[in-house]
Design a protein around this ligand. Structure first.
Ligand SMILES: O=C(O)CCC(=O)C(=O)O
Length: 229
């Protein structure tokens, strides 16, 4: 288990010079169909100046290591996390993250009301195969991931993985990946451990996750708990 604290990070000096910005026209975005009802939108380098954002998020979030049930044991999740939701009344910082939220709301027609920050300190941190726990009544949920820091593989495979191939993306340094259609219902995804990697942060924008409205639905452990790495 990786017990190291917040990692040391060497940002690109070029990236720190300009204010971070997003491509509001989503020009680098291409749609990748996983099957006839499931797709992802992939926009490499969508957030410019992402190293500066990494730096700000790394130092400003209150990171915690969650524990989860794995069969009859309680284990520590091999990454650090930090939640935000609109109901808290707290601003989303730094401001570019609020700008991203508005841009995503406009493009995907969803009210992204929660944001999950995930910090993978090095290659030992990971998240196992899972689909996000999203209330069943939310039709075609959209989850948008903005990645900062060192790229890591992000894999997708059909649930049960009886048929179909595994798809892989390398996500880091301002890349945007949006899962939509049936992807969160019929596909699993993971960020596997790797032999060596610098730190990466993913920022997951979700909708319909108001903690007050859904508290009774989230009393069970996170779905990934049931699946060993
Ligand atoms: O870090 C990522 O890119 C994926 C995060 C994820 O799958 C999750 O938190 O549910």
């Amino acid at each position: 288990m990786n017990a190291s604290p917040i990692p040391v990070w060497q940002p690109s000096m070029f990236d720190l010079l300009d204010a971070p910005s997003i491509d509001r026209g989503f020009a680098p975005l291409r749609r990748v169909w996983l099957d006839h009802e499931s797709w992802v939108d992939h926009a490499p380098g969508w957030l410019a100046g992402s190293d500066a954002v990494f730096e700000q998020v790394l130092v400003s979030r209150a990171w915690q290591q969650r524990s989860r049930h794995l069969y009859d044991r309680v284990v520590q999740e091999p990454r650090l996390t930090s939640p935000w939701n609109a109901a808290s009344g707290q601003p989303l910082e730094p401001p570019i993250l609020e700008e991203i939220r508005q841009a995503l709301c406009g493009r995907y027609g969803r009210a992204f009301d929660s944001v999950g920050f995930n910090l993978y300190r090095d290659g030992r941190d990971s998240v196992a195969w899972h689909a996000d726990r999203i209330p069943a009544e939310i039709e075609a949920p959209v989850v948008a991931l903005v990645s900062l820091g060192e790229p890591r593989p992000f894999r997708l495979r059909p649930k049960g993985h009886a048929a179909g191939e595994t798809r892989a993306f390398s996500l880091g340094r301002g890349d945007l990946l949006v899962t939509a259609g049936n992807t969160q219902r019929t596909w699993d995804h993971c960020v596997p451990k790797v032999a060596s990697a610098g730190p990466r942060i993913s920022i997951a924008y979700r909708h319909g996750m108001d903690p007050n409205a859904n508290a009774h639905k989230r009393s069970q452990p996170y779905d990934a708990a049931a699946r060993p790495s």
